[in-house]
Design a protein around this ligand. Sequence first.
Ligand SMILES: *[C@@H]1O[C@H](CO)[C@@H](O)[C@H](O)[C@H]1NC(C)=O
Ligand SMILES: *[C@@H]1O[C@H](CO)[C@@H](O)[C@H](O)[C@H]1NC(C)=O
Ligand SMILES: *[C@@H]1O[C@H](CO)[C@@H](O)[C@H](O)[C@H]1NC(C)=O
Ligand SMILES: *[C@@H]1O[C@H](CO)[C@@H](O)[C@H](O)[C@H]1NC(C)=O
Ligand SMILES: *[C@@H]1O[C@H](CO)[C@@H](O)[C@H](O)[C@H]1NC(C)=O
Length: 338
Amino acid sequence: MLPFLLRTKVFALSLLLCSSSIYVASGESCGCSSLVIPVHVDVLIPKDPADPFGGLKSNASNLRRLDETYGVFGVFCQPNIVSPKSADAIQLLVHGFSYSNQYWSPPTEEFRNHSYTGFACNRGLSSLAIDLVGVGLSTRPVNASDVQYATNAAAVSQLAVTSRLLEGAQSPFDGFILTGELIVEPGAPIPGPATTARDDTPLRWGDLDPDYVTTSNRSMFYPLDPTSFSPRMLTFDNFTKDVGSLATGLQVGATSLRTHYTGPVAKVVGSEDQLFCAGTGRCADVAVLTAAERFLWREARSFDVFVAQGSGHDLNLDFFAEGPFNTFVDLVEQFTGV
Ligand SMILES: *[C@@H]1O[C@H](CO)[C@@H](O)[C@H](O)[C@H]1NC(C)=O
Ligand SMILES: *[C@@H]1O[C@H](CO)[C@@H](O)[C@H](O)[C@H]1NC(C)=O
Ligand SMILES: *[C@@H]1O[C@H](CO)[C@@H](O)[C@H](O)[C@H]1NC(C)=O
Ligand SMILES: *[C@@H]1O[C@H](CO)[C@@H](O)[C@H](O)[C@H]1NC(C)=O
Ligand SMILES: *[C@@H]1O[C@H](CO)[C@@H](O)[C@H](O)[C@H]1NC(C)=O
């Protein structure tokens, strides 16, 4: 789960609201609309989609150019009473592997209190939760090998640049909050087993390139302790899951390269995250963990790691969600100076 945070002006955002079927995800305090934003991607990606560094360490002969325009689907939500603090900050919410924008606001009354979108709205913060390229209602390239790390990095950055009307090389992001994610060894397999999507759910995905994959057994995204989450959440998760490209799974090591980003960065991970923490001892000492993770973000203005006690990998979907939700909002307020 990688939510990105950016800051913009409301007028710039309203330019984006080309379609506005109303989709009320989060109750009376929040107005939401869905939209499709055309995003132009012109990027070099590895010819070999299994490149563990996603092309970031490749020379030109190993890269190919991808020049496409994709429709990126998103749900934009803003508080009905726009307070000053919500006026110029937008949270760009990005889901993780085999999820979609619905991760940020499960569209069912029963799980209303698992909606981070609604929680943030109640605290006066706007958000745009998107489907990554290849996922949900965004464009799904026929050839899954077009969906690589650089493809989505370019799409998400372009989206942020467009909404801020920026020029030049400045990062469009005022800060990053990275959730359910710690350093992985380059070349390590996708955390958790992946299944070919068309074999997993033929009725829904029977026509897809076999390099679109999904996760059949979702248990690893929840704490081991079955009393930590609703069994109905697991069922709901199974029915609303999505696909990802095999390449983005194989390239997860691209997230563990050093960056030159200079804004504020935080990571939030659950103590019971079966992919990164539970049973490893890795998350027991927050100071040690922070020092290890900071290595990648040496130039960041600030860098903190938060270990959410009791939470699993999907911080939003178990009974401990309120803890991380408060952490996210506090960080956004801190990062945007409101
Ligand atoms: C580019 O990479 C290939 C394969 O890794 C290597 O054989 C080749 O020598 C490299 N070329 C340059 C100019 O570095
Ligand atoms: C997908 O695109 C790559 C690069 O152009 C090509 O090598 C591969 O054969 C394509 N795969 C399919 C299934 O068309
Ligand atoms: C999913 O995996 C867990 C172990 O991680 C196992 O206990 C459970 O039985 C599996 N569920 C299904 C439906 O296969
Ligand atoms: C997941 O959903 C599929 C239908 O999409 C169903 O066949 C399968 O039994 C479900 N698995 C679990 C563990 O609920
Ligand atoms: C949501 O509400 C249900 C029922 O009231 C409760 O069991 C659950 O702990 C709540 N979840 C969160 C994240 O607050």
